[in-house]
Design a protein around this ligand. Sequence first.
Ligand SMILES: [Fe+2]
Length: 389
Amino acid sequence: MKDLQKLHYFEVPTVMKHGLGAVKYLPGELALLGVKKPLLVTDQGVVKAGLLDSVTKPLKESSINYILYDEVVFNPPLATVARGTEKYNQEGCDGLVALGGGSAMDAAKAIGVEIAHGEPILEYECAEGKKELCNRIPPLVCIPTTAGTGSEVTLWAVITDPEREYKFNCGGPLIAAHLALVDPLLHLSMPAEITAGTGMDALCHAIECYTCAYAQPQTDAVALLAIEYAGKYLRRAVAYGQDVEARYHMAMSSLLAGLSYGSESAGAVHAMTQTMGGIFPVHHGIAVGATLVPVMEYNWLGEPAKYARIALALGKPVIGMNEREAALVAVEAVRELAEDIGIPRLKELGIKETDITRLAEEAFNDPQTIGNPRDLSVEAYEQIYRRAF
Ligand SMILES: [Fe+2]
């Protein structure tokens, strides 16, 4: 821990329930939360993958009158949130169910903020001059269909402001889901590319939160097991989608990595990829996969002992090595993993090298630059971006 003078806190407002077929318990869980008419927030990807039925079937069987809002797009913009809020109010909903990846869950959290405060989410951006959240969002059940964002347990929503081409954060305990209902059977149909990208996102949350300045024993504990599970099971989940054991452990890796955020933010990878996501239509997890190794190459020097422990969590034989050698093994282990599961380079994501100057400046100004284990500058970001190409 870098700052022992500070009062650290770790709060988890979310109840976590998980298991194969867990989604069938949704009606009972909504009853426990007092929800009679939920807004079901999802996206077309979930609909096309045929996952919607798994949630609507038990709701229909229990005669729960849900309202479907299936217009969420990835990197959800302000307008997506506003339309959801309008629908919630028009239909007289009394709670939220999010079914999807980070975009659906974050959009549902943001709709919750607008309902609870009667104002646009933009007023509650985590930035100077903006308002603090003061009301709890309506009851929210998050059902993740990917294993990566951990949004089902984080205290954050990430929303895009298209006017500024900027992804901003809104967060705190008041925005967290009331229940994370994790059913790995919903992950079996996830395409290999998305499994790879979202899995790298989970691994990255754990590595960044374990090594950042905000790390504390509670977040370290969950981060290390998240890293271990990703190291053991991500290749299997990518190679054979129906591998239920791998899917279950990746779902848990994602959840544990989400918990490793605690009440704080991540580090340079997330500063880089959030700014990229505000400008280019890139998949967050895949962009994270493309930037994680170059950031680790830069960052290990700031936390060599913790990097050595990451190597151990990834199952590498580092006993007997000195700290520096073991720390570099961690970087190589993540590089191997990224290569094995086919993570692309940044240039393959449609980003041009001529964009580096702007991207580096924006990443440097992103709040997640603070807390990174090694001091950053615009020049350092430029160097990292070049390596990611
Ligand atoms: Fe992420």
